[in-house]
Design a protein around this ligand. Structure first.
Ligand code: MG
Length: 262
């Protein structure tokens, strides 16, 4: 016997994913999170990404040992093979969090907050962490990585530093983590509902663990078959969402293939 959800709210930047949920699960409240299209290319040497990196990390000097330190930013600067795609106008902001609290005050019972990752929790499109067999990465550390899961220990990169970076800096990291702590404390379940292809990786889980309180959340990966990116279908197939995703008869339109997130 599963605990069925009485109410759910879902935040995503991508209207296509919101529409998929609307079709299969009309009982789920949907919030469109801000994003600016077309997406622009980021640079490590100028513009918003450089500014974010500078705000998070500076090398200690003779006169100052107390400068800001971020192991992931230090890694990106040394490594140079990755340029994370940063969109500072995107992602959940204070105005979205207010919409959550409105929903919270208007609903009761067993409830869940569903959060997309890319450009919603994160202010980036994709997440740059090593993949198995990434030779640039292996060569950088001058020894073969047995698995990509030892990134954090091998590269002296702290999961929290990665989390702060992808959430767009310390201020937004604080806003999001304090919000989700409050959500968890009020007994609302949380799920990261993502099509990110890395979302089943240990590294991804370690990063999310820095953002949402332990025991209060799960990660729902809709990228993989049979869901192939359909966030509505994966919810509709989950018996906990039965009240919010009523089964209706009749043929459905074939969904179009959508570009996946890296
Ligand atoms: Mg997204």
């Amino acid at each position: 016997m599963v605990d069925k959800f009485n109410s759910a709210i879902f935040f995503d930047n991508d209207q296509g994913y919101l529409d998929d949920v609307k079709i299969k699960c009309p009982g789920v409240q949907r919030i469109k999170v801000n994003e600016i299209r077309p997406l622009r290319t980021s640079s490590l040497n100028s513009g918003p990404l450089k500014n974010l990196m500078d705000s998070l990390h500076s090398e200690p000097t003779e006169n100052s040992y107390t400068k800001e330190q971020n192991s992931y930013v230090r890694f990106l600067r040394d490594y140079k093979h990755w340029v994370p795609s940063y969109y500072p106008e995107s992602g959940i902001q204070h105005v979205d969090i207010q919409k959550y609290y409105k929903w919270f005050s208007e609903t009761t019972g067993n409830r869940i907050l569903l959060l997309d990752w890319d450009l919603t929790l994160s202010m980036f499109d994709g997440i740059d962490i090593p993949h198995i067999g990434d030779m640039n990465y292996v060569n950088f550390f001058k020894k073969p990585a047995k698995t990509h899961n030892n990134f954090f220990s091998q590269a002296w990169v702290k999961p929290k530093d990665v989390a702060v970076f992808y959430l767009g800096g310390k201020e937004r990291f604080r806003m999001i983590t304090e919000w989700l702590k409050d959500v968890a404390n009020s007994g609302i379940h949380i799920a990261v509902l993502t099509n990110n292809t890395g979302s089943k990786d240990t590294l991804f889980k370690q990063i999310v663990a820095e953002i949402i309180p332990k025991g209060a959340y799960e990660i729902i990966s809709s990228y993989f078959p049979p869901y192939n990116g359909d966030k509505g279908k994966i919810l509709a197939d989950d018996p906990r969402f039965e009240r919010l995703c009523p089964k209706i008869g009749g043929k459905r339109k074939q969904r179009k293939t959508r570009k996946y997130r890296k």
